[in-house]
Ligand binder design. Structure first.
Ligand code: GTP
Ligand code: MG
Length: 452
């Protein structure tokens, strides 16, 4: 029974938003675990994937959902750190996420990374809902743990309610400024043409039943066809992270969005220089409801099907790139699969010039986003790569003819210690930031100063 078999995969939901607006807390509330407490400084350092099966979705959503209305298996959430503007994470040239939740702090409103997330959602045409988070902080709010929105709103004073409405309409206005027609989610009929705003609190759980209901409904109603895959076909996925793991060496955190992957199978992975061909040594699955990045005790499995977050251990992964494609070869011609991976990588390749700056970024997706922004700002790029700033990058930058090109723009990566030492010996300047437009602004200011 290893022949092709149609099935519905889990929709992939990306959680985006400005730093501290509550992405991790929101997932945490849904998951009922304590990921946030284990995080250094409560900042999400890594991307994680969390599978929420339909029965859990249905339990949380309570009376709002009738599980027999659904045949999708649940939702797979991808958390993203706020300083990580990415999410051009791709799958076959499209966005990796099928749907997104844009988390906005009701009091704080739209912030730089909210706007960056919106422009990425626009570009990739990913349907999304807005979670207007932290409604419990509205002055005078009386929390009703885990209650649906309408119910808790009715229990509030007029004053608290009108303050909330005021903040919500501000968010709706901001969305409209960005070209989206939006409304309170209970007034939205067509979630493809309109953005639903769902008031929630990750602290008290209010509105979470509504959020899950909207997501599940959106997926079931409009995405079911896209979710139909050959669940036994050769797996396809995207690398979220390349990570050292005790006892396993370099491993890949992968979101598998198509087919299956099995132990001992040959895979092709996008690498820094060339596609990497290697054999899967172990497939490690986080236990249900656990988050990839905090789970130490993985469960070893022989096979896993899409959509899922999974860790893959294999030799020779040292040069694998976050954001790169992963393909299972299985019964296909290996050269064809390599060509497929190469073609996908070349789509993302950045146009470089003979003279220009050096760009380093944490994932292929972020590299692409920066390159686009730099193109708009008419800043030429001499070299663009995924990875930390290494001594070699300093050498390359120092060969530029003009001072303004003796620079490195580093997005969300570290400057290695020996590279730092090398910077001191040269006149190369390194700019670091986790916000694309800030990197560009800082660079432009620097150039202005040089030319003064
Ligand atoms: P980054 O991963 O750093 O981008 O942040 P995040 O968006 O994941 O935010 P996180 O979940 O870490 O929450 C940031 C802070 O806001 C924490 O102190 C949370 O306890 C708090 N917080 C999140 N949601 C709520 C909420 O609904 N109500 C209240 N009162 N506090 C919240
Ligand atoms: Mg977080």
């Amino acid at each position: 029974t290893r022949d092709s078999e149609q099935g519905l995969r889990t929709p992939i939901v990306a959680v985006l938003g400005h730093v501290d607006h509550g992405k991790t807390s929101l997932l945490d509330k849904i998951r009922g675990s304590t990921v946030i407490e284990g995080e250094a400084g409560a900042i999400t350092q890594h991307i994680g994937a969390t599978a929420i099966p339909l029965d859990v979705v249905s339990k949380v959503a309570g009376s709002l959902i009738d599980p027999s209305d659904f045949d999708l298996p649940g939702l797979l959430f991808i958390d993203t750190p706020g300083h990580h503007s990415f999410t051009t994470l791709r799958s076959r040239g499209g966005a990796l996420a099928d749907i997104a939740i844009l988390v906005v702090d009701v009091n704080d409103g739209f912030q730089p990374q909210t706007l960056e997330a919106i422009s990425i959602l626009k570009q990739s045409q990913t349907p999304f809902v807005v979670a207007a988070n932290k409604i419990d902080t509205i002055p005078g709010w009386k929390p009703n743990e885990d209650a649906p929105v309408q119910q808790t709103k009715e229990a509030q004073s007029d004053r608290a309610n009108s303050k909330l409405d005021e903040e919500l309409y501000e968010i709706i206005g901001e969305l409209s400024d960005e070209g989206f027609s939006a409304d309170m989610y209970w007034r939205v009929q067509d979630f493809r043409g309109n953005i639903g705003v769902v008031p929630v609190s990750a602290e008290t759980g209010e509105g979470i039943p509504d959020l899950l209901t909207v997501l599940m409904g959106l997926a079931q109603r409009y995405m079911k066809e896209d979710m139909a895959i050959d669940v036994t076909g050769p797996g396809a996925g995207t690398v979220l992270e390349v990570k050292e793991e005790k006892g396993f060496g370099t491993t890949l955190d992968v979101v598998l969005y198509d087919g299956t992957i099995r132990e001992d199978e040959t895979i092709v992975v996008g690498g820094l220089d060339e596609p990497i061909v290697t054999d899967v040594r172990a497939i490690l699955k986080p236990r249900p409801l656990a988050e990839i990045r905090t789970e130490d005790r993985f469960e070893k499995v022989e096979e896993i099907a899409a959509a899922s977050g999974v860790k893959i251990a294999a030799p020779d992964l040292g040069k694998a790139m976050a954001g790169a494609p992963v393909r299972v070869v299985r019964d296909r011609d290996i050269e064809e699969v390599i060509a497929e991976v190469r073609a996908e990588l070349s789509e993302i390749e950045v146009q470089t010039q003979e003279q220009g700056v050096v760009v380093k970024a944490d994932t292929l997706g972020s590299l692409e986003a920066i390159a686009n922004a730099m193109d708009e700002a008419e800043i030429p790029i001499m070299r663009a790569e995924v990875g930390d700033v290494a001594p070699r990058d300093i050498s390359v930058a120092s060969t530029a003819n003009e001072d303004k090109h003796k620079t490195i723009l580093a997005f969300n990566v570290d400057v290695l210690a020996d590279a730092e030492r090398k910077v001191e010996e040269t006149d190369v300047k390194v700019f670091e930031s986790g916000v694309i437009y800030r990197l560009i602004e800082e660079y432009e200011e620097y150039v202005e100063e040089l030319e003064r």
